[in-house]
Write a protein that binds this ligand. Structure first.
Ligand code: ADP
Length: 335
């Protein structure tokens, strides 16, 4: 058995859980273009993992390799304990994949799509109908069930796609950009569905271009850029990786703005908006120092806000410049 199948990780100090997905040195090239240049992954069972990266970073390629739709050019991976190269059938039996290569057939109804999946999984007819009805109900598709899927909205199609995937009762689900193109309400619906899947014990491998989505859903996030994973950790860990915290002071009076600028020498300036930005860790001590200096100049800011780095800052810092593995500058300088 490959050693990475045995790898375990701890979540929340609980029992070690076996890796649902593990990969070492995954590579893929098209012609002389290297798309993946050595990807390592270890995803504990029952967790949500987000692969985050800009358009064209290689996210779909990772999903296609791990779900055995295409072969890797190098490296190894195990999914649900099955080697992707040696046992692709074992992998396919354990996983569900939804996303850009959706299985939904627009010419037949939602219900017929569900029956088709039940047949593909060799469920006896009565059992297939029961499972289909249950899933259509769960994903709020009962009213639409007898209509052709081509008439469904984007959100309904995604829900049908997930419902179809669940017919096979997969332990691991790959969701390739599950909310790209959805309106905010459908996006929040999808997030709720994903949370419910995880509560039911499913491991979710998610790709996304949206920082907010990774922040909302993922236990761990890996940032893919230039064919490599340039950072990996919890949302909080990633946010701590970059400096970017600052205090922002806005003034209405140009005179007060200039006086404050004179005592806050290291501040970034926006002379038009009358805004000063002072690098800060957001602590009480740092804020007091800023306020003391303003007092000493006898000026008062009209607005004071404290900003700590968010995932957007991390993303821009890590993916802003190709092949820049770690940022050396704060957000103000990078943008
Ligand atoms: P993402 O999902 O992050 O947007 P993809 O994995 O779809 O990125 O694509 C990564 C890169 O690989 C892109 O530059 C894309 O053009 C290229 N690519 C993907 N599939 C093929 C293919 N079949 N032939 C040639 N290039 C491809």
């Amino acid at each position: 058995m490959p050693s990475s199948v045995m790898s375990t990780s701890r979540r929340g100090g609980g029992h070690p859980s076996p890796a649902a997905v593990s990969a070492v040195g995954l590579r893929k090239s098209y012609g002389d273009k290297t798309v993946l240049d050595g990807i390592d992954l270890s995803i504990p069972a029952g967790s949500v993992f987000a692969l985050l990266g800009p358009n064209g970073a290689g996210k779909t390629t990772v999903v296609k390799i791990l779900s055995t739709l295409i072969t890797a050019g190098g490296g190894q991976a195990q999914v649900a304990g099955h080697d992707i190269a040696a046992s692709p059938g074992g992998v396919r039996a354990a996983i569900g994949v939804t996303g850009q290569f959706s299985a939904v057939d627009g010419l037949i109804t939602g219900e017929e799509n569900m029956f088709l999946m039940a047949d593909l999984h060799h469920l006896p007819k009565v059992e297939g109908r029961r499972v289909a009805a249950e899933l259509l109900e769960r994903f709020d598709l009962v009213e639409a069930a007898k209509r052709p899927a081509s008439t469904y909205s984007g959100g309904m199609k995604r829900r049908l796609d997930i419902a179809m995937t669940l017919v096979g009762d997969p332990r691991i689900i790959f969701l390739d950009e599950p909310t790209t193109g959805l309106d905010p309400r459908s996006r929040h619906n999808m997030w709720q569905i994903i949370r419910e899947l995880v509560a039911g014990g499913v491991t979710v491998f998610l790709t996304t271009q949206y920082l907010e989505e990774a922040d909302e859903l993922a236990d761990r996030i890996a940032v893919l850029n230039g064919g490599r994973i340039v950072a990996e950790g919890t949302a909080e860990e990633l946010k701590r990786m970059i400096p970017g915290g600052h205090v922002r002071l806005r003034f209405c009076d140009p005179h007060a703005y200039r006086s404050a600028g004179a005592v806050l020498g290291e501040a970034g300036r926006d002379d038009e908006a009358l805004v000063l930005q002072i690098p800060s860790d957001g602590s009480q001590r740092a804020l007091r120092s800023v306020l003391d200096r303003l007092d000493s100049a006898g000026v008062e800011a009209d607005e004071l806000t404290v900003h700590m780095p968010d995932l957007d800052d991390v993303f821009f810092a890590l993916t802003g410049t190709p092949d820049q593995s770690l940022p050396s500058q704060s957000k103000e300088n990078v943008r």
